[in-house]
Write a protein that binds this ligand. Structure first.
Ligand code: APR
Ligand code: ZN
Ligand code: ZN
Length: 362
């Protein structure tokens, strides 16, 4: 039986979001209905609301979520009703060239449940944000978007791995291959950058240099494991990073802002044979000009990181276990828990840089 629940809708470009009654159908073959327990507020939700990602309004927002599987459709064997799961953007196929080469987020055949949920009042189809739509009491997803994890973790903490925190930790441990004794610089210490700091700390990096233009962010980064901090409004970060690394530059530089000047800093702040990991997403008009001789002369690797190059089935349970063992403080990313009706206000706080994550709990 289709069910009616409350969900946060972005009705049109730049319009305030609002809570509406939505219809969630029964799961079809390969699908699951999840009772959402917590969902974080991410910049991408704001970008959807602003029309920056697609014109497919109305959107059902929310995509950093954890909850309990309520029902599954035919052919679903990996999850069952009652399982505690973290949701991911799309089920990856596991078989294409990208999956087989260990880059599942470049998979050619990802899928989600599509646009099957509707607005109760008008019957209009809803576009779920990142194929999830979890600012809702229940949501319909592909079963492959659900990963079982230890149910003793708080849902507000677990859900964070569904997006920003996984992107940052994965940028360090998967894309950057940060290892014991490495020096790492993280440029931009919002939620994603701080997660890259925490991931580098987890991986055993000896030096973790946090760079930001806001001293509040640098202080927070220190609590996440940064050993040095640089305010790049006051100090040239490239010179400071070189100075802190014996004149060489960092083994791994992680860029988590998404702007030309910080891309350039990342490029020049690495050791000649080091790795640059780009996590910050630029806008289409941004350009970077570099002398070709520098591109040629500075070997190493320039990599972008999608969703932290994570494999949810491998990484979600592992990171939750590390959190439960006290070795990775995922709870530090939750600034506040809020009601479903407070998402619009949470966007404002995010815009002011006051929060790492506001999380809706149900
Ligand atoms: N130099 C250094 N830090 C900067 C600069 C700059 N020029 N400009 C902004 N910052 C800092 C901000 O002060 C903030 O702490 O970058 C941080 C950005 O953090 P958030 O706005 O919280 O964004 P976050 O969610 O962490 O995402 C960062 O990663 O995945 C991508 O799309 C995401 O592009 C975004 C980036
Ligand atoms: Zn694939
Ligand atoms: Zn997100």
């Amino acid at each position: 039986m289709a069910q009616e629940v409350r969900g946060v809708i972005a009705p049109g470009k730049d319009e305030a979001v609002r809570v509406e009654t939505i219809v969630v159908p029964d799961p079809g073959p390969g699908e699951a209905v999840v009772r959402v327990q917590a969902c974080g507020v991410c910049h991408t939700d704001l970008h959807y609301k602003q029309g920056g990602i697609s014109d497919d309004f109305p959107f059902l927002l929310g995509h950093e979520a954890a909850g309990v599987v309520e029902s599954v459709g035919d052919g679903v064997t990996d999850v069952a009703p009652g399982d505690f799961v973290i949701l991911n953007w799309r089920a990856v196929c596991g078989n294409c060239r990208a999956c087989l080469r260990g880059r599942p987020w470049y998979c050619f055949a990802t899928h989600n449940a599509g646009q099957k949920m509707t607005l109760a009042a008008t019957g209009q189809e809803l576009s779920p944000a990142l194929g999830i739509g979890a600012f809702a009491e229940k949501t319909l997803v592909a079963a492959g978007q659900c990963t079982k994890v230890d149910p003793s973790v708080a849902p507000a903490v677990a859900g964070l791995l569904g997006c920003g925190v996984m992107a940052g930790i994965g940028a360090a441990i998967n894309t950057g291959n940060v290892g014991r004794g490495d020096s790492v610089a993280v440029i931009g210490c919002g939620g994603v950058g701080d997660a890259a700091v925490a991931g580098s700390h987890l991986a055993g990096a000896a030096k973790i240099i946090a760079v930001d233009i806001d001293d509040r962010k640098l202080e927070k980064a220190r609590s996440m494991g940064a050993t040095h901090t640089i305010n790049s409004r006051e100090t040239d970060p490239v010179e400071a990073i070189r100075e802190l690394t014996g004149g060489f530059g960092a083994d791994v530089v992680i860029e988590a802002v998404g702007r030309p000047e910080t891309y350039k800093q990342a490029f020049y702040a690495r050791d000649l044979a080091g790795t640059v990991v780009l996590v910050g997403v630029p806008t289409p008009e941004m350009k970077l000009e570099l002398p070709l001789l520098d591109v040629f002369g500075r070997g190493g690797a320039l990599k972008s990181s999608w969703y932290g190059d994570c494999l949810p089935s491998r990484d979600f349970p592992m990171l939750i276990d590390l959190h439960l063992q006290g070795r990775l403080d995922l709870a530090a990313f939750v600034t506040e828990t809020i009601e479903l009706t407070d998402v619009e206000k949470a966007f404002e706080r995010m815009h002011q840089g006051d929060v790492l994550r506001s999380v809706v709990v149900f």
